[in-house]
Design a protein around this ligand. Structure first.
Ligand SMILES: *Cc1c(COP(=O)(O)O)cnc(C)c1O
Length: 339
């Protein structure tokens, strides 16, 4: 029996067609800028999203880090969500490696950073303070899409204070598909955007940072400094190209499956459905049931991330089909009926 793995959309494995594309990739030395497939991927995303240039990097963490290092100098500050990946889940890289101070902002429930909180956090120009330089947003954030009119307003506030804007768009294409707009319509409010190819898009490795020539040149230098300069990376870029060709519009299926799963779980007594956003479903289950639930699901061939918190996140992706969703719904129903 194949596992139904709902822990994250990072668990996808390359399809046969993607592996085929990787095998046939033309390659060169990317540190010399000579890998044609890497160059094509960078060009393609820069053009599609409306930027001068792109930079292919091993991970979303590195892509965000390079963006922060490109925007900010030692002693500068960036404004970021208290629960943003960049702030919370990237080892504090900008502070560790860039001497860049984060100023966390408490999110509203919809994932936005309220504009009044942003404005209140911007420091006066004065030697007492770090220099506030950048606003970093995340879309989707815990599956939630940021409203398009919020992006316009956040952009205007940031610009009126002379701040740059970075988007952690690890799941930018999920946001675009869910909002029914081209990804460019979201990206255009930012100076740099980081996109993960290795999440719902299904590539094995890689993220792309897009921005102006000046910012991407700085990011490329920092990529080398942080050990991310790679050589014949075209085989990985080919997977990314294949993902952009074949796995973008299908993200809608992941969202539909998440919605369907949420509907099924809502009917189960014992489960508190907290919400469903794009490809993620959030539920609360009684904390004392977590261990038994994990055992039960694993026996049914289903993997979810179970920690010590009663809130569970189930994530749909390329490797989860209708049958897997059905099996999951059934396994949850059986568990709560029996116990
Ligand atoms: C996964 C993720 C990243 C980082 O990507 P890695 O490739 O795992 O380093 C950044 N931001 C968000 C919102 C993510 O979900």
């Amino acid at each position: 029996m194949e596992w139904v793995d709902l822990r994250s959309d990072t668990v996808t494995r390359p399809t046969a067609a993607m592996r085929e594309a990787m095998l046939g990739a033309e390659v060169g030395d990317d540190v010399y800028g000579e890998d044609p497939t890497v160059n094509a991927l960078q060009r393609r995303l820069a053009d599609e999203l409306g930027f001068d240039a792109g930079l292919f990097v091993p991970s979303g963490t590195q892509s965000n880090l390079l963006a922060l290092l490109a925007h900010c100098e030692r002693g500068d500050e960036y404004l970021v969500g208290m629960d943003a990946h960049t702030y919370k889940f990237e080892g504090g890289g900008a502070a560790v490696l860039g001497s860049i101070q984060p100023q966390p902002i408490v999110h509203a429930d919809d994932g936005t950073l309220p504009l009044a909180r942003i404005e209140a956090a911007i420091k006066p120009v004065d030697p007492h303070f770090a220099r506030t330089r950048l606003l970093a947003l995340e879309n989707t954030w815990h599956g939630r899409t940021l409203p398009l009119d919020y992006l316009v307003a956040a952009h205007d506030v940031a610009r009126s204070h002379g701040l740059g804007l970075h988007l952690d768009g690890a799941r930018l294409f999920n946001a675009a598909v869910a909002c029914g707009v081209p990804a460019r319509e979201i990206a255009r409010h930012f100076d740099t955007v980081s996109i993960c190819l290795s999440k719902g898009l299904g590539a094995p490795v890689g993220s792309v940072l897009v921005g102006s020539h000046a910012l991407i040149d700085k990011a490329r230098r920092w990529r080398k400094v942080t050990g991310g300069g790679w050589r014949q990376a075209g085989m990985l870029a080919a997977a990314g190209m294949h993902a952009l060709d074949h796995h973008v519009t299908r993200l809608a299926q992941d969202h539909h499956r998440a919605e369907y799963l949420a509907g099924r779980l809502r009917e189960v007594a014992g489960i508190d459905l907290l919400g469903q956003y794009t490809n993620m479903v959030f539920i609360d289950v009684p904390a004392e049931r977590l261990r038994d639930l994990d055992v039960h699901l694993r026996a049914a061939g289903i993997r979810i991330s179970i920690g010590y918190l009663p809130t569970l996140r189930l994530v749909t992706h390329l490797d989860v089909d209708d049958d897997g969703i059905e099996r999951t719904a059934t396994a949850f129903r059986e568990f709560f009926a029996r116990h």
